[in-house]
Write a protein that binds this ligand. Sequence first.
Ligand code: TRP
Length: 381
Amino acid sequence: MASNVSITPWEAEAFVDYDKLIKVFGTKPLTDEDLKLVESIVGEVHFMLRRKVFYSHRDFDEFLRRYARGERVALYTGRGPSSHTHLGHILPWIFTKWLQDKLGLELFFQLTDDEKFWHEHRYKLEETNSMAYENALDIIALGFDPKKTHLIIDSEDIRYLYPIAIRVARKITVSTNKAVFGFTDSTNIGMMFYPSLQIAVCFLPSELYGEPTMVLIPAGIDQDPYWRIARDIAPSLGYPKPAQIHNKLLPGLGVGGKMSSSKPETAIYTVDDIETAKRKIMKAYTGGQPTAELQRKLGGNPDSCPVFKMMEMLLVEDDAFVRKHYERCRSGQILCGECKTIVAELVAKFLEEHKRRREQARDLLPRFLLRNKFDPPPIKR
Ligand code: TRP
C-alpha cells in the first residue's frame, strides 16, 4: 500500500508500520470493494473509512452481509479504565456510534476494572471501578442510544459473563496464554483468567438473544490477540466467530508514538479544561521545519504531524477542508503556529460540547447499565 501512494492525506504512511501489522496479525486490509459494500448497505461511507483510519478487518464484509440478510448481529467494544478518557480513546467510539445509528444495532460496551486492577499494581480496585464510571460518562456523552447501548462493568456484572467465561476458560491453555499475550510464570492468575472475560462478551449477545449473533468489534489493532483466540474457539462452543474492524491509533502530541496516558502532556483528556487543551496543542511537536523561512521554502510534513492527524483522523468530516489544509501545509503556505491555532479552536469546540453532554450523562447512566435491562444468561441452554 505505502509504496505506490500518491500525496493524498488518506493513504500516506502514518508513524507505525500498519501494513506490517496486517501481515503479522494476519488480518485483511480494508479494500475499496469493502467500502462499496458499506455504501450499498449503509447508504454512505464514514470519513474514518474513506480515509482508512479504520484500515484492517476480519469478516467485516461477512458481518455486513449477515446484516443485509436480516440476520441478528450486534456491536461490541470496550475500555480498560486505567485513566480518564482522551481523544485517542474516543476515536473508535465515534465510528461505533455511526454504525449504531445507521444500522440500528445494539452495542455491548465492556469496562474492565478487573483487568486494570490486575494489570497495573499502582491502582486499588475502588480506583479502577470509579474510573470505569468516569469513562462511562464519556461514552454516554457521545450520544449512544440508551435503549441499544449496554455497559458492562466487570467487577459488578460478572454474573453476565461467568457462565460463558467458564466454558471459554477451559479452551485456553497456559501455553496459549503465554504465546499470545507474553505472560510469564510471574504473571498473576487474575491476568491469566482475564482473556476469558474479554472473549466472553463476544458470545454474550448470542446467549442473551437465544440465537447466533455475530458481533463486530471496532477497536485498535492492539486488542487483536483476544479475537484470534475467540475466533479459534467460537465454532467448538457453537457461536459465530466475532468480526473485527481495526483503527489506527491517534498519534500523541509529542515526538512519535500513540496518544497515551503514560505521557499526559501529549494527550488531550475530556476532563482537561479548555485552556489546558489549547496549550497542549500549541506546544505540540509538528511536522514543520525549524524556521518559518525554511517552512515557506520546503513546506511542512503533515503525514508525520500529530496536529494535522488530529484534524484528519478525528475532528473534520469535510474532505475538501482537510485536503486544502494538507496542500497548504505541504507547499509552505501555512505555518505551524497558524495551523495549531486552527486545530486548538476545533478541539476547544469539540470539548465544550462534550463537557456539556458529559455533565448530563450522570442522570442518564442507569439507562445504559446492562444489569438494569437484561437477566443474566442461564447456565442451561
Ligand atoms: N482490554 C481493553 C483495554 O485494555 C479493554 C476491552 C475490553 C476492549 N473489551 C474490549 C477494548 C473490546 C476493545 C474492544 O483497553
